[in-house]
Structures are given as C-alpha cells and as structure tokens.
Ligand binder design. Sequence first.
Ligand code: CP
Length: 316
Amino acid sequence: MRSFLGRDILSLKDFGREEYFRIFEVADELEPIARNRRNSNMLAEKTLVTAFYQPSTRTRLAHEAAMHRLGGHVTGFSDAKMTRAGDFYQESIKDTVRMLEYYGDAIVMRHFQQGAPQEAARWSSVPVINAGDGWGEHPTQVLTDLYTILNEKGTLDGLNFLLIGDMRMRTMHSISYAMSQFDINAMYVSPPNMSLTDDFKQELVNLNLNFRELEHVEQGIAEADVIYMEPVVQPDYTKSRDERSGKEGFTPDNYRVTKELMRKAPQDSIILHSLPRMDELPAEVDDTRHARYWIEAFNGVVVRMALLALVLGAME
Ligand code: CP
C-alpha cells in the first residue's frame, strides 16, 4: 500500500481497497476525540491552508474542525473575491499556490474548474486535497460516505446502492470509482439530461462495476441497502457562485425519496445525502430509522481528521 505521507488527495480513481480501510482504521482511532468534543495536540506544529473558490458549509468547516481537533492551525480564504485570484488581477492557480505553500503544510482546495486541484498540485510542494472541483470529483465527501456505510452496515461488500440525482455531479464520479473496489451493485436514477455520460459509463465498464440505469426510484427501492442522494435541482457547479433565480421548479417524483416511498424499502436500508438538499429529500424523512445524513456530517470531521493525520505524518 502506498504511504499517505505527503500525498495529494485529488481523486478516488487511483485508490485501492486497502487504502480505504487504512483511512477508516485511523478514523476509528481518532473518533473518540471528536465524539468527546476534545482537542488533541497531534498536529500542533502544522497549519492547513483552505483555498475555497466556491461556497461551502460542510467541506471547509469539517476540514477546519478536523485540524482544530488535532491541535493544528488553519488559515486561508472562503471567498476568492477577497483575494487577487478573484479581483482585477485574476491571479493564476500557479501563482496563488506558490504563495499558499509558504503559509501552511497542506492545502485543501475547492474550485469551480474541473482539474484545478490537480493544477495546484503541479506547483505545490505541500500536499493538495481536492474539496470538490467543478463536475470533477469530491473524494473527501465520498470517503466520509463510505466510512458511514461501513459503520452503519458493518460491511462495504454485498450491498445494493440506489444512486439518485445528477450523475454529472462530482460526488457521483467519486462514489462510482470507490464502488468499483467493493462488491457493490449500483442502480443509477437520474433525469435523462443528467444521466451518466457515455465516456463515464465506459470507464465504469472498464472498472468492472456492476451497474444499471433506472428511470424511477420505485424501480430500485425494494432492493436498496444504501440510498445515495444528490439534488437534481441544483446550481451550475462550473460557476464560482450561482444564485437561485426562482425558475428552477420542483424535483419530479422519479428522483424524490419520501416517507411513503421508504415503506417499500428494506427495513434496514439507510439514506445518505451529502447536503445541502432541495425538495428531493423532504424533512419528514429525517425522523425515520433510515436517515443517516446527520451522522454522515459528524463522520465528515472524523474522516478529515484521519486524512490530515495521515497526509501530515502524525499517523503512519
Ligand atoms: N457536501 C458538501 O460538499 O457540502 P458543502 O458544499 O457545504 O461543502
């Protein structure tokens, strides 16, 4: 297994099974620190730089919370408009990163351009963590999701996943790469204009992922051990910021998970949603035994603690 020390975390395409389990072992070890709301001093000599060119609630703050839980320091920006990259100068990723690498020991970057974290990693002497790049990937979110599933179901093998949403979404790419490392059957449900692209489907075939596409959640709900959701009413992820115009409309029933629909699901099925949500997952579902998105949010801190500890050398 490759060491995580000093490694860029850009994509799950190149992650092997044993690497997932190593991160999850470290997460289990560090979890009591977060659960007991304590801070340790494991990363007391390290600083994380956050470079967020797109809005975020969970990903940025979970990385920051993780760093604080490990006794480390945080600096950075949550809005590129307040930097030279977002003003008159439109400073390049190369020039920006060649500054940021002196301000800390790892950079976590969210960007509206697919491949921007890869570009940053080319120029950075410190590790770069991809916090979501355009429609590209969202590896740390999916590590969080798999850790949640492992804890809740006791395994990542022998499961049926019902994936609902916009299949161009970065989480859908990362989860698809991850699923190919486990014994998972995937059922994808999306509007036709948001379906898996032919190129991506070919990639999944090449990765030997067992998958099929459905038109309506009702066609897969009875088999679903894990329901993995994203909105279909959502912003354009290739923009730095996309305000809601009010003309977006509502989510069709084909892509909604309601309390009524969950009566047709296996008793022990679980629902994950990386959030934020629109009307595809009404609040009435929060009170059912299936909802796991709040524990998923807690696990988001724990998994980022594990990643930072590994990448920054506090754990082997
Ligand atoms: N799940 C997720 O990426 O949320 P944020 O956009 O709030 O970071």
